[in-house]
Design a binder for this molecule. Structure first.
Ligand code: DGL
Length: 285
């Protein structure tokens, strides 16, 4: 086996993709990662399709040119829905993995046959999501809710100066959106499964569980995406076979187009990464 030491690129509109990076890091302990948080242009979920497609292309070109990535994980449901198809056409040689709401795994898990899905407005409104929903039609009942403002509040909750207010906003939004969806629980007709269709939402699992109770299972995609990335790299002969650099800081480099303090705080909190792992991305690309 050859040993390809180039890093794997991972990006999201902000810190949401760190939940996927966490899973990738565990699944692929020999690999190096470059993460780009496009905070200056977030939230993607409330922007136009064209805007998200343009950002996705610009980031991909940047990661290829500046970091020589060997594969790309689009750790954002919104960007995957808007751009993965075009990206595959434009970069046929680049192994690409996207994320989408885990509807099929949820069907397998649900006992009541009623599944809730929360995601950004962009994801919910996309053709790709419509096709996904269509593919599980008749297998369960789905209640879908776009959660405007939630990804932004999660971003802000990492900034010390906004944390308290953002936490309050998160609590309000979660209560508002889950109430609008209907009743959760194990009873007949109730939703016993909730799909987290935005990578940011993994970071509010705790308050969601507190709100919905122990009978409701939350489904996210990080681990499945990490396994799929391993499979693709294996098939393409791109896995790194020699041991990775010993320190996490040498294995993960994180960049932001926005506020460096926010990314540092999130990386420390969610990945236990030291400050030196985070950097400011170049101004324009
Ligand atoms: N984390 C992203 C997703 O999975 C998008 C959040 C946003 O920027 O709106 O959809």
């Amino acid at each position: 086996m050859t040993s390809d030491q180039r890093p794997i690129g991972v990006f999201d509109s902000g810190i949401g993709g760190l939940s996927v990076l966490q899973a990738l890091h565990t699944e692929l302990p020999h690999e190096r990662f470059v993460y780009l948080a496009d905070n200056a242009h977030a939230p993607y979920g409330e922007k136009t399709d064209l805007y998200v497609r343009q950002r996705t292309h610009a980031i991909t070109e940047h990661l290829l040119a500046q970091h020589q990535i060997k594969a790309l994980v689009v750790a954002c449901n919104t960007a995957t829905a808007a751009a993965i198809h075009e990206l595959r056409t434009q970069h046929p040689q680049l192994p690409l993995v996207g994320v989408e709401p885990a509807l099929k795994p949820a069907v397998a898990l649900s006992q009541t046959g009623h599944i809730g899905v929360i995601a950004t407005r962009g994801t919910v409104a996309s053709d790709k999501f419509a096709r996904l929903l269509e593919s599980v039609q008749g297998q369960a009942r789905f209640t879908v809710q776009a959660c405007n403002g939630l990804a932004l509040a999660i971003e802000q909750s990492t900034l010390p100066q906004h944390a308290a207010q953002a936490q309050k906003r998160i609590t309000e939004l979660l209560a508002q959106y889950t109430t609008a969806m209907g009743t959760f629980g194990k009873g007949p007709g109730q939703m016993d499964t909730l799909v987290l269709g935005c990578t940011h939402y993994v970071f509010v699992e705790k308050p969601l569980k507190a709100l919905l109770g122990p009978d409701v299972q939350l489904v996210s995609t990080g681990e499945a995406v990490a396994r799929q990335t391993r499979r693709l790299l294996e098939t393409a002969g791109l896995l790194r076979s020699d041991p990775a650099p010993p320190q996490t800081i040498q294995r993960m480099r994180l960049f932001t187009t926005g506020d460096l303090n926010g990314l540092e705080a999130a990386a420390r909190r969610w990945l236990d990464l030291p400050q030196g792992a985070c950097h400011k991305a170049p101004e324009q690309f």
